[in-house]
Design a protein around this ligand. Structure first.
Ligand SMILES: *Cc1c(COP(=O)(O)O)cnc(C)c1O
Length: 223
């Protein structure tokens, strides 16, 4: 495994995807998802120029944070969060990508001592196994989230189904972008809704085509 070489390859492929989509390279931030490796390998990625680190589990996030927080890194919690763990982790999170219930948002609001940038996770693919709000529930959810003062909804996060045809994945990403625009037009005061978090190792080119601003890439860095 040559992490430095993989980093170069991923970054240049993301740049290519931006060019193909007619978008500037700086429009897309690459989050390296380090859940497969330990802190020493993650630190090699940082040495190679990665500035966004993502973890999907609280314990692994805290391990990496402890080992690497002196590096100039932005910290992303990308996986689901149990309410009882909010207080342990929220001080260290720069971006939370998996806000999927009002109760969780209320807990974050209560425990945070600053504004936390959050993505609403939406279940566009409608798979039972996926976390996230259903689109039809948002009309009821958004007014409740709008009452919170420490939760800023900066955009939407979604996951494409595994093994779906690429056209279907692209359609899901485009639907997410349409929903983002729709919510942005509603102009809730704590919901700038300017961002999207979608695309992983297998499908980030499609997410970039659909307009994403963050991609969450794991395995492509560690093969
Ligand atoms: C693991 C993970 C990723 C990265 O997936 P890869 O296929 O390894 O690139 C992205 N997002 C979430 C929420 C993850 O858990």
């Amino acid at each position: 495994m040559n992490v430095e070489q993989n980093k170069k390859t991923v970054f240049s492929e993301v740049a290519n995807a931006c060019q193909m989509a007619g978008r500037p390279e700086r429009a897309v931030d690459i989050i390296a998802v380090t859940k497969y490796v330990d802190s020493s390998i993650a630190s090699q990625l940082i040495e190679a120029g990665v500035t966004h680190i993502g973890e999907n589990r609280v314990d692994k996030f805290l391990d990496k944070y402890k080992a690497l927080h002196n590096h100039p890194v932005t910290w992303h919690l990308i996986g689901s969060l149990q309410r009882r763990k909010v207080k342990d982790i929220i001080p260290y999170v720069d971006y939370f990508h998996a806000l999927d219930s009002v109760k969780l948002a209320v807990e974050i609001d209560k425990r945070a001592n600053r504004v936390i940038k959050c993505f609403l996770q939406v279940n566009i693919s409608r798979e039972e196994s996926k976390h996230g709000f259903k689109v039809e529930d948002l009309a009821e959810v958004l007014p409740k989230l709008a009452e919170l003062t420490h939760v800023e909804i900066i955009g939407l996060m979604t996951m494409a189904p595994l093994n779906a045809p690429r056209e279907r994945i692209l359609a899901i990403f485009q639907e997410t972008e349409n929903l983002r625009q729709n919510i942005q037009e509603q102009a809730w005061k704590n919901m700038p809704m300017t961002e999207l978090s979608m695309g992983m190792s297998q499908d980030y080119d499609l997410a970039i085509q659909a307009g994403t601003s963050f991609v969450r890439i794991g395995s492509a860095f560690f093969k």
